[in-house]
Design a protein around this ligand. Structure first.
Ligand SMILES: *[C@@H]1O[C@H](CO)[C@@H](O)[C@H](O)[C@H]1NC(C)=O
Ligand SMILES: *[C@@H]1O[C@H](CO)[C@@H](O)[C@H](O)[C@H]1NC(C)=O
Ligand SMILES: *[C@@H]1O[C@H](CO)[C@@H](O)[C@H](O)[C@H]1NC(C)=O
Ligand SMILES: *[C@@H]1O[C@H](CO)[C@@H](O)[C@H](O)[C@H]1NC(C)=O
Ligand SMILES: *[C@@H]1O[C@H](CO)[C@@H](O)[C@H](O)[C@H]1NC(C)=O
Ligand SMILES: *[C@@H]1O[C@H](CO)[C@@H](O)[C@H](O)[C@H]1NC(C)=O
Ligand SMILES: *[C@@H]1O[C@H](CO)[C@@H](O)[C@H](O)[C@H]1NC(C)=O
Length: 644
């Protein structure tokens, strides 16, 4: 702006005073300097050899430019504005105060928060600052504001308009430092306004993603004040519409079928497809940072060592730009990182072996009739028996024989007895038929006892729960889990598949157990291993977890990714990928190692069913044959005895 910095502040102040007294619209300046003879100072200022008439215009020019920014840019963005003046020089400080006073006198329909920072003694006011007009004289003054600290925890992008007021020779260096600071702190909407000695008000910004120039804070002229208005309309242009094939680092780990890492350089899976689509839409290239997930015990060791390099740490240190791999959203993680909306809701279900609920041998026999039917039957039997014993004073075994369908060898002589027999026989025939057919039917259908509907029921009937230790940690927030914590076993693995395998292997060990795992993974895994029929998936979800893309806090891509993911979700793309991936995993796995074994097992199972049925038919057939034989023998004997 001005050739001589030490003079500039007071000179500008005088200019403003002159302008203000001429307008006589604001008495602020006069109040602050009541002793001054304005015209005297003005005269001395005009006499000064360092400042010409042109300089005076230049300074009015600056005030107008700032007024334009407030009225036409910030007023459209938010009703509240944050103005902060930061300088370590007391003269510039006074000047900034005056400029702000003038600006505010013309802008009444908004809330303004004003702060001053001068080096060490500045007062720090915490809280979010959305629209920011910063008046600084150097990069150090910008640091004094500590504004990055206040906004670091938020995900939306704030607006920063920084008026850098310094001598021409320092402008370039300070501007560059400030833009680099913006880049490092993800200040995407960051403009730096300067005023040169040639009365030019110029606005610079940076484009982080340009062809061949990625992740650079290279100053580019975006706007210029022509005395009335800024030449280019959008003061804060969209810089992320096109990332020009700039590389973004994606952190990922093997977590089939969400992310599948093959030995080569490629990666596949449902989430990978999503990220590749994002890359295509925003035109960025992907650099894969593959991570080998530590087991929980190793992780703890590393944490004690201080040499930890887990996904959360890598993201927080901004060494990667985003991360996928069945990364579930938790409150704690959200405090440390930024997450997109969930692209997948992972319901956790309890899986239990159906065999635990098969009928015992005796239960089978009683199952066809309900308890009241049995009671009535017993009462009727007792009644008949007592009538029989009381009247005919013989053993009442015949009543039981009749009930079981044994024929009466001799017709009773007494009519009453015949009536009782006939009644009892006729009554028991339908009962017997119904019972036998129901029994047969149930055996064929392989019915089970009432299956549990929630995992709490399982826990209360003394089942043990298996899950990955990561899942267990998340479930622990649920009170039902926390109060039964002893019944849970966390496996030191990241994969639900291993937990399901463990459930399968521990079948013979004795204690009854169930697994808690993701629904889709469980279904796919049971299908792959051909165990679908042996396991029951409880209908009630244990919990529904959100799988998200995690990024460093306050990242550039939050709103871009959010919009794209919402759109993809609404249009059904994400669901399509998900279904395709899970179906594919089944087919591929079947084709792979399990192929032969699997087919054999299926064949085996089918044969078991068939042999069971054939055995039943065989037993029935032979019983009928024996009965027919005995009947024939009886007839024969009867003939022979009658003849003799
Ligand atoms: C400024 O002060 C003078 C007297 O000190 C007063 O007459 C005038 O009305 C004031 N102007 C405004 C805008 O307050
Ligand atoms: C202010 O200065 C001008 C010019 O030097 C002089 O004419 C005027 O009397 C002074 N006014 C006061 C109040 O001192
Ligand atoms: C900061 O401002 C206070 C008064 O507000 C002043 O005493 C102090 O000297 C200033 N510090 C610097 C470094 O300018
Ligand atoms: C993506 O960026 C590259 C490099 O800047 C460019 O050549 C290409 O046209 C862009 N593609 C699209 C679809 O915009
Ligand atoms: C812990 O530190 C020791 C050396 O201090 C190192 O040998 C070891 O690899 C570290 N362990 C982990 C898990 O980083
Ligand atoms: C992206 O990650 C790289 C490291 O791979 C880092 O230097 C850069 O700052 C990150 N950029 C963004 C916008 O997160
Ligand atoms: C279950 O089986 C796994 C191996 O498959 C074993 O590590 C684990 O100790 C067993 N758990 C119990 C409770 O027996």
């Amino acid at each position: 702006m001005i050739n001589s910095a030490p003079l500039s502040a007071s000179q500008i102040m005088v200019l403003l005073l002159a302008q203000l007294s001429a307008q006589s619209s604001c008495n602020l300046s006069r109040k602050q300097t009541p002793m001054m003879n304005v015209s005297e100072i003005y005269a001395s200022y005009l006499e000064s050899t360092l400042i010409g008439v042109q300089r005076e215009e230049a300074n009015l020019y600056v005030v107008r430019a700032l007024r334009h920014v407030i009225q036409d840019v910030f007023a459209q963005l938010s009703p509240t504005l944050m103005i902060m003046a930061a300088t370590r020089s007391s003269m510039l400080d006074t000047w900034f105060q005056h400029v702000i006073g003038v600006l505010l006198s013309t802008w009444s329909d908004g809330t303004v928060q004003m702060l001053r920072a001068n080096g060490t003694q500045s007062v720090h006011v915490p809280g979010r600052k959305y629209c920011n007009l910063l008046l600084v004289d150097s990069y150090e003054s910008l640091l004094d504001t500590r504004i990055a600290e206040d906004n670091a925890g938020y995900d939306d992008h704030e607006y920063y308009f920084i008026f850098l007021q310094t001598r021409d020779q320092y402008i370039e260096r300070e501007r560059q430092l400030i833009l680099e600071y913006c880049l490092a702190h993800y200040w995407l909407n960051c403009n730096v306004m300067v005023q040169t000695a040639q009365v030019e008000v110029l606005v610079y910004s940076y484009y982080p993603y340009q062809e061949q120039r990625c992740q650079l804070a290279e100053a580019q002229l975006v706007n210029r004040f022509d005395g009335q208005r800024m030449i280019n309309a959008p003061m804060f242009p969209n810089k992320l519409r096109q990332l020009s094939q700039c590389p973004l680092t994606l952190l990922l780990w093997h977590m089939p079928p969400y992310v599948e890492l093959s030995p080569g350089r490629t990666a596949g899976g449902f989430e990978m497809q999503l990220v590749q689509h994002l890359a295509q839409r925003l035109n960025f290239s992907l650099v894969l940072h593959k991570l080998h997930l530590l087991r929980v015990d190793q992780y703890k060791l590393a944490m004690a060592n201080g040499s930890i390099n887990g996904p959360i740490e890598l993201i927080m240190q901004q060494r990667v730009n985003m991360s996928i791999g069945y990364f579930r959203k938790t409150a704690r993680r959200d405090q440390l990182m930024t997450s997109t909306p969930a692209h997948y809701y992972a319901p956790l279900v309890a899986v239990v072996e159906s065999d635990n609920f098969r009928f015992g041998r005796l239960a089978w026999l009683t199952f066809p009739f309900q308890w009241p039917v049995w009671q009535t039957l017993l009462a009727a039997l007792l009644l008949h028996w007592s009538v029989y014993v009381w009247h005919w004073r013989r053993l009442g075994l015949q009543v039981v024989e009749l009930l079981l369908g044994v024929a009466v060898p001799r017709l009773p002589r007494c009519w009453l007895q015949r009536l009782v027999y006939a009644h009892w026989l006729l009554g028991s025939i339908p009962l017997r038929i119904i019972y036998q057919s129901l029994l047969f039917h149930f055996m064929r259908l392989q019915l089970f006892e009432t299956l549990p509907s929630s995992f709490e029921q399982l826990l209360s009937s003394n089942f043990r729960a298996f899950c990955t230790s990561n899942t267990l940690q998340m479930l622990r927030e649920m009170p039902q889990v926390d109060c039964h914590y002893d019944s849970f076993t966390g496996f030191t693995t990241s994969y639900d598949q291993n937990v399901l395998d463990a459930l399968q292997h521990n079948r013979s060990i004795g204690r009854r157990s169930f697994a808690i795992a993701g629904l889709d993974v469980t279904k796919a895994h049971l299908r792959d291993t051909g165990q679908e029929e042996n396991y029951h998936i409880l209908t009630q979800y244990v919990n529904v977890q959100q799988v998200v893309i995690y990024m460093p806090k306050h990242t550039y891509f939050y709103s871009e990714f959010t919009n794209l993911i919402r759109r993809l979700d609404a249009s059904g793309f994400i669901d399509f990928w998900r279904r395709a991936t899970f179906a594919e995993s089944v087919h591929r796995n079947q084709r792979r190692e399990n192929n032969e074994e699997e087919l054999q097992q299926q064949e085996h199972r089918r044969r078991i069913h068939e042999t069971q049925l054939t055995a039943i038919y065989g037993v029935m057939g032979s019983l009928y044959a024996i009965a027919a034989l005995i009947f024939c023998l009886e007839l024969l004997i009867h003939r022979l005895f009658n003849k003799t």
